[in-house]
Design a protein around this ligand. Structure first.
Ligand SMILES: Nc1nc2c(c(=O)[nH]1)N[C@H]1C(S)=C(S)[C@@H](COP(=O)(O)OP(=O)(O)OC[C@H]3O[C@@H](n4cnc5c(N)ncnc54)[C@H](O)[C@@H]3O)O[C@H]1N2
Ligand code: MOO
Length: 398
């Protein structure tokens, strides 16, 4: 019999994970930083863009010189020359003067606005301005994008392309990130064969090993696949021993429940302390976890949908905790399209499809996998809830 713990108890348990294992820090170049987790805040060493610049092609002027001008009564300004992009303009604009400026060009001193080229007429050594501009119009100010010493990115941020763009913009090319969590992945079962080999009935191709390796990589970890291990306690023990030695975490899928060939619990007992065996979630009840000198073994159910749900809603929480990651869940709210009944006792994660804001459950057994490609996300039904009615609003977790 499994001694099942609730999700709340699980969350309390992983609160201590930081003390159990401290990840090292690495300095990484920004061209290799995608998906890594920052271990220090990024403070901007400079303003951005760092100089006042024009946001249009036109004429840099003193705004006061364009006051009340119009098509019928243009302001006539003396043209001093042209600002070259990427160069400091050698002009100082005085009353009654203007210079041509391209988009992105540096505003010459004395000027405080730019007139768009469409609102002017070029007239040999002079320019006619047909429309007034206000001070600051058509300009990007020196610290408008980033202010020097601003905390731009917080420790715990997972680096995405927009963060890399910001770092490039402020010239920070090396940053401190958390060492990648290394995760060993083991698939167990006499019935399993590689997706690369033939699969005579009633063998089964290894789905979980491939799912888990890509899932951990998507979450910024290094996934190492240790292959398929038959239902042999000693062989499994050997592979887990090696994987534990080489990684921070070992994920074993299959053999998690209590059948006569379910050895994960025995292996865990050999290698450390079992933290729990059984979680009050559906699917995923036989999930188990142990700790061994600051490393973890997590046993996931063999059923592919259960394995994926446990990864997404349980293992990921552990990884986020270890990384100290700032999480920003992408959730959508929708309205239930049908009544859905559930038994009390386990928190349920139900794959759903969303059609124009209406949510429809995808009825799939834990043994399924294709449902994940059809689902838009999951809804979570609390432990004591007995279902959800058509028309009720609920959050879909992506
Ligand atoms: N008497 C009971 N039987 C079962 C219970 C129970 O409470 N009492 N729980 C069921 C639940 S719920 C789940 S989930 C599964 C968990 O089983 P295991 O983790 O022990 O997994 P296996 O028995 O090894 O495999 C289950 C199923 O999944 C297939 N499988 C396994 N690994 C993979 C893989 N890498 N890729 C694709 N498919 C895989 C395997 O062939 C089995 O069909 O136990 C229930 N039983
Ligand atoms: O717990 Mo099993 O994972 O419900 O199918």
């Amino acid at each position: 019999m499994l001694k099942v713990i609730t999700l709340e108890e699980f969350i309390k348990l992983i609160e201590n994970i930081k003390e159990l294992q401290e990840l090292q820090e690495e300095i990484i170049d920004i061209d290799r930083i995608y998906n890594r987790v920052l271990s220090k805040d990024i403070i901007s060493p400079c303003d951005l863009p760092g100089f006042n610049r024009s946001s249009v092609d036109g004429y840099a002027v003193k705004a006061n010189d364009t006051y009340l001008c119009s098509d019928s009564m243009p302001s006539v300004l003396k043209l001093l020359g042209e600002v070259k992009i990427g160069e400091i303009p050698p002009f100082v604009i005085s009353e009654g003067e203007a210079v041509y400026i391209p988009t992105g060009g540096m505003l010459p001193s004395g000027a405080d606005a730019v007139v768009m080229i469409e609102d002017s007429e070029d007239a040999f050594n002079e320019v006619l301005i047909n429309k007034p501009v206000a001070k600051g119009e058509n300009l990007v100010m020196s610290d408008e994008d980033v202010v020097k010493n601003e905390v731009l990115l917080k420790k715990g941020t997972t680096i995405k392309p927009h963060h890399i763009g910001v770092l490039a913009g402020i010239g920070v090319t090396e940053v401190c990130v958390k060492e990648k969590i290394k995760i060993g992945i083991v698939s167990t079962g006499d019935e399993l064969v590689s997706p690369y080999s033939s699969c005579p009935v009633p063998k089964v191709r290894d789905i979980n090993g491939f799912y888990l390796k890509s899932a951990v990589e998507e979450d910024g970890c290094e996934g190492r696949y240790y292959g398929i291990v038959s239902d042999n306690k000693e062989k499994l023990n050997e592979v887990v021993k090696v994987a534990l030695n080489e990684n921070n975490i070992v994920l074993i899928s299959g053999g998690s429940s209590a059948g006569n060939k379910d050895f994960t619990i025995d292996i865990m007992e050999r290698h450390g302390k079992v933290l729990f065996h059984g979680l009050a979630i559906k699917p995923g009840k036989p999930t188990l976890m142990s700790e061994c000198n600051g490393k973890y073994i997590i046993g996931l159910p063999g059923h592919p949908l259960s394995c994926a749900v446990v990864y997404k809603f349980i293992v990921k929480k552990i990884l986020d905790k270890m990384y100290g990651r700032i999480t920003d869940d992408i959730n959508t709210e929708g309205t239930m399209g049908v009544n859905y009944h559930k038994a009390r006792g386990r928190e349920e994660y139900l794959p759903v499809k969303i059609e124009e804001g209406v949510i429809y459950p995808l009825y799939a057994k834990s043994s399924a996998i294709s449902v994940l490609s059809k689902a838009d996300g999951f809804i979570k039904l609390p432990r004591d809830c007995e279902g959800i009615e058509k028309g009720e609003k609920i959050i879909v977790m992506r």
